[in-house]
Design a protein around this ligand. Structure first.
Ligand SMILES: [Zn+2]
Length: 401
């Protein structure tokens, strides 16, 4: 018997492991497990010459419920010799999972890489992909996912290290429904007149790149780069690195553990509706209290049909103030000039699908400029971190022009 990967990092949350579900398989060659924080996949098994897993359906009754597309599993080589094996992942997106999965993120230790695309084979009829994987010779696990996942427990450990930093002020903005803490890190001017920028991770848990990006922005903003020093002197930047920690721990794609889809529920928080999720209410309260001039929500995406980093845009015309509209146009121009960055879609009062988000509420109720940057997980993690820093830098520099 094998104990899976739930303790691969000692601090990881054990909720999945304790559920007693079918998350671990092992034979004489391989351990295949999803019992760890952020894991997704059930029924690990031998299939033909390799192994297989079924991706877990999203809970609840929203438009992604019952569908599955996010995977996150770990494999350990038990043979002591080089081993290449196939792994079939069965999704449930009417063929879109097989069709759209052309990039796979690998993690060994703290290092991230991608599986060469020729090692990803779609099986359209069953909405599966088959991966050819080289497992490390020692027992180091190879983690495989279509997203840059980020355990909440690792974020908490990082937040605790930030606590003592002289340039970052840590505060708790609320608790999740299961009692996990939601954090904010403030960097720069403390006075109430300071212009404020707020950046946050999307509440879609599989899009963990948002948490990686928030961390990268904090690292940048407390550093010695002259632009970072100038930003700190002129602004207050508030970083909210996790907005759905319970979903993250459980390895959900877009859902809250209650089965709801928080990303599309920003309007409930803005309406002070009793049905609003506590996490969304906590984020909205920060927006109302701080009245940022700019709000960026960081998303991930991995579909092959998307060419790269996508800018999901609210219409600048939604703002009444002409000066701020002009600033918004300048920011749009500098963001779209960044490498691998593309216009995604527009949302206005009568167009697009994002009127219910917290960003749209910020635009229409608080007069905030808002963007959703959807980083493509096919790019290297360092490239994405640099891209996010450039978004923030150049956007803020647009103020001075
Ligand atoms: Zn998203």
């Amino acid at each position: 018997m094998d104990d899976g990967l739930s303790y691969w990092q000692l601090g990881w949350d054990q909720t999945r492991a304790r559920r007693g579900n079918d998350y671990v398989f092992c034979d004489d060659r391989v351990t295949l497990a999803t019992d760890f924080e952020c894991g997704n996949g059930v029924g690990p098994r031998r299939e033909d010459d390799g192994y297989a897993l079924d991706l877990e359906p999203e809970p609840g009754e929203h438009h992604f419920s019952g569908k599955s597309y996010y995977f996150c599993c770990g494999l350990r080589n038990r043979t002591g010799r080089p081993l290449t094996t196939s792994l079939r992942l069965y999704g449930n997106m009417n063929g879109q999972f097989a069709e759209g999965t052309r990039s796979v993120v690998l993690r060994v230790g703290d290092g991230w890489d991608h599986l060469p695309p020729e090692r990803i084979r779609p099986r359209i009829g069953v909405d599966a992909v088959e991966l050819m994987l080289d497992l490390p010779v020692d027992e180091t696990p190879l983690f495989v996912s279509n997203f840059y996942w980020h355990p909440y427990s690792d974020l908490e450990a990082w937040v605790q290290r930030c606590r003592d930093h002289p340039l970052a002020r840590l505060a708790v903005l609320g608790k999740s429904v299961e009692g996990r803490l939601l954090y904010r890190l403030d960097i720069g001017r403390e006075d109430s007149d300071a212009p404020v920028v707020i950046v946050s991770q999307t509440p879609q848990p599989s899009e963990g790149i948002g948490t990686h990006v928030c961390r990268a922005l904090v690292d940048y903003l407390v550093g010695d780069d002259p632009t970072a020093v100038a930003i700190r002197a002129a602004q207050r930047i508030i970083v909210i690195p996790t907005t759905n920690p319970d979903g993250t721990v459980l390895g959900l794609g877009v859902s809250h553990p209650s089965g709801r889809f928080p990303f599309f529920e920003g309007y409930l928080a803005a309406n002070s509706d009793a049905a609003a999720l506590v996490e969304m209410r906590a984020v909205w309260e920060v927006l109302v209290a701080e009245r940022p001039w700019w709000f960026i929500e960081w998303h991930g995406n991995n579909w092959a049909r998307r060419p790269g980093h996508m800018l999901l845009r609210y219409r600048p015309e939604l703002l009444a103030n002409a000066g701020r509209r002009n600033l918004w146009q300048r920011i749009d121009d500098v963001l779209l000039a960044l490498p691998d960055t593309y216009h995604g879609n527009w949302t206005g009062h009568q167009e697009g699908i994002y009127q219910s988000t917290i960003g749209f509420q910020a635009v229409t109720r608080l007069g905030t400029i808002a963007h959703m940057v959807k980083h493509h997980d096919k790019h290297g993690l360092d490239d994405i971190r640099r891209h996010a820093v450039e978004c923030l830098r150049r956007g803020i520099q647009s103020l001075q022009r």
